[in-house]
Design a protein around this ligand. Structure first.
Ligand code: FE
Ligand code: FE
Ligand code: ZN
Length: 277
């Protein structure tokens, strides 16, 4: 089964986001549990969540993905920034514990000049405190484009974090096609080679989700500018190969392309047409 969805707004509640996903022929979705700029989250409405659970039970929606706020930087030089990131992260995980089958994707962080090693140490220390025995949510490290001092531009950096996490069975990776291409992994001409490298360095069993985006700039650009499917430097042929690759096709795919809901509906239709069952 092809599991495909897009980023959607949670502003109208979980029941509505579930209905909206189904209305665009999606069977998963990604959402921000709070504003991407951080701040206080809305109080959880358990009645709304139970209505959403019913939707999930009666549809092919099986897993959903939350995206951490962009302001979270567990790798910061500033203790205050790290502390703030930790508190938001912890609060998000607590809220996600009320939701059915979910994963939580975050940007590993930026080391802001102190060096990747130091940043990696900060991130893994935080994860070791955040990951508890009773955690049901799988935490995903997102592959990054390598803008500025972003950590996670190479598979090695991600594995360095994972290596330092004690309860690593709760950790996975979300591969963003725009980001890895911008970071220099040529998924257009050598998808097999890139996946082999991922397998050697991290292990494909860690790969839990794909952010499916085209890229406005392209290989090695380190820009992180998403483009609509088929309209960027990755292109429709490569994207078709990605969703149909033996090692990827059973994963959930999430669109983060510059679109409104109607645009996502069109892209999902296009991709469903390209997917080989
Ligand atoms: Fe992201
Ligand atoms: Fe992404
Ligand atoms: Zn991005």
């Amino acid at each position: 089964m092809f599991t495909i969805g897009s980023h959607l707004s949670i502003n109208k509640g979980f029941e509505n986001i579930g209905l909206e996903a189904l209305s665009i022929d999606a069977n998963t979705f990604q959402f921000f549990p709070r504003s991407p700029r951080g701040g206080k989250a809305k109080e959880l409405d358990l009645d709304d969540i139970s209505k959403f659970e019913e939707i999930m039970d009666n549809s092919s929606i099986d897993v959903i993905l939350a995206h951490a706020p962009y302001v979270i930087n567990l790798a910061s030089k500033s203790e205050k920034t790290r502390q703030n990131a930790y508190e938001l992260f912890e609060d998000d995980l607590k809220r996600l514990s009320y939701l059915p089958n979910n994963m939580y994707n975050f940007h590993p962080g930026s080391h802001v000049g102190q060096g990747a090693d130091k940043g990696i140490e900060f991130i893994s220390n935080s994860l070791n405190n955040l990951i508890t025995d009773d955690l049901k949510t799988t935490i995903l490290l997102e592959t990054m484009a390598g803008k500025g001092t972003e950590i996670g531009r190479t598979f090695d950096e991600l594995q360095c974090i994972i290596d330092r996490v004690n309860m690593d069975e709760k950790i996975g990776v979300c591969l963003d096609t725009c980001h890895v291409y911008d970071a220099g992994y040529d998924i257009v001409n050598d998808l097999d080679g890139v996946l082999d490298e991922f397998d050697d360095v991290i292990g494909l069993d860690r790969l839990k989700a794909i952010h499916l985006n085209d890229s406005m700039y392209g290989l090695n650009s380190h820009k992180d500018r998403h483009e609509k499917i088929g309209e960027g430097k990755i292109g429709l042929d490569a994207i078709s190969d990605i969703i149909n690759h033996e090692k990827l096709k059973k994963l959930p795919f999430f669109l983060e392309t510059p679109n409104d809901v109607e645009g996502y509906k069109e892209e999902i239709k296009l991709l469903r047409g390209l997917y080989e069952d």
